[in-house]
Ligand binder design. Sequence first.
Ligand code: ADP
Ligand code: MG
Length: 404
Amino acid sequence: MSLPGIGKTDQIKANTKNKELKVKDKIKRIFREQFLKEPLMVFAPGRINLIGDHTDYNSGFVLPAAINRGIFMALAENGTDSCKLVSLDMGEAVEVNLKNSLRPTNTGWANYIIGVMDGLRNQGLEFNGFDAVFGGNIPIGSGLSSSAALECAAVLGISRLSGNEISENDMISIAQKAEHEFAGVKCGIMDQFASIMGKEDNAMRLDCRSLRYEYLPLDLKDCGFVLLDTKVSHSLGNSQYNKRREECCEGLNTIRKKHPKASSFRELTMEMLEDSKNELTEKVYNRCSFVLEENNRVIRAGAYLRSGLGKEFGQLMYASHEGLSNLYEVSCCELDLLVESARRLKPVYGARMMGGGFGGCTLNLIANKGKEKSISQLRQSFETAFGRKPGVYEVNVIDGARII
Ligand code: ADP
Ligand code: MG
């Protein structure tokens, strides 16, 4: 039931705001108790990607939006040469001595922050010893990019603490480099870009080659985005992710021998790919044709967005899933079942797996009319097939990383 004078969407926004305040207050309180200081508070969001997966590292287009789930971090300088990093969600702490060179540790989550510290140093942005406590309201390892949220909270927090001015572009590239070099995932630029550059009620169409972007307003009066979480952890995914990257590279290098103009996937055409089909393995051919098709879908999706979200946009989401599952082979049976079930429900305009793959969430675009029933039917199908409940998250699109 809505409160008088408040529409349903506003009320959902107000409720989620309350929940966010609770996480923020908890982290602040724990920081104060542990370090007896007033911290600087930072929030960096995770993201959804409306369409365009595995295109970012192939010089293509993506269409992400920052969401109201992410990482909250409390930080303050401590007057020493060491940094104490406390992860509330993992219940662990790691100490880093700034007098030593910064290296990856055996503690996975700490590497995202230490990688950022290393990146800041390499840019000549020195900082003093600090303490940090962080935690989130974003599922970890579910394809909503908790890793980028963590890196972006760290890069904004640490640079601000030391009074260093740093551009948004530098923050994005330091965060991405931390993931490459300290976490060992050769990710594209999309996740960090979305976490820093997000804008309320807007998606961003980003050209991952030039880093040019435009905001595209999301008209969410009649429908909304709902995430269904398979809760399958994509731990296998990181190595497979890097493998897909290599396969695309292999394809491009082979095609380039015949078509030297194809210096990246942007110059590559379907004709060039067909022309080189005999020189490519079936697998590599499929990977390349997925990337070309997916890029094309992002461009078409942007045009549909301008006339409003609806069935046409949804059809592109279903087509994207099919490509990810059959050609790029990064789906899994849980994701496929959720998308197949969604296809049978009229109020669900579109659904697709999202992110690196091998688990995590599906993104569903659902008409407000019939939304609750559709969600419960999707839940039921999942439960019948796998004997457990999926996670369900309704998300709002919000601004990027900020001091709070
Ligand atoms: P995704 O980015 O899709 O959520 P990743 O596998 O890329 O999944 O990143 C997940 C990793 O990021 C975790 O294993 C952990 O190391 C780190 N991480 C993310 N969120 C948190 C958190 N709230 N607390 C501690 N570590 C986190
Ligand atoms: Mg990630």
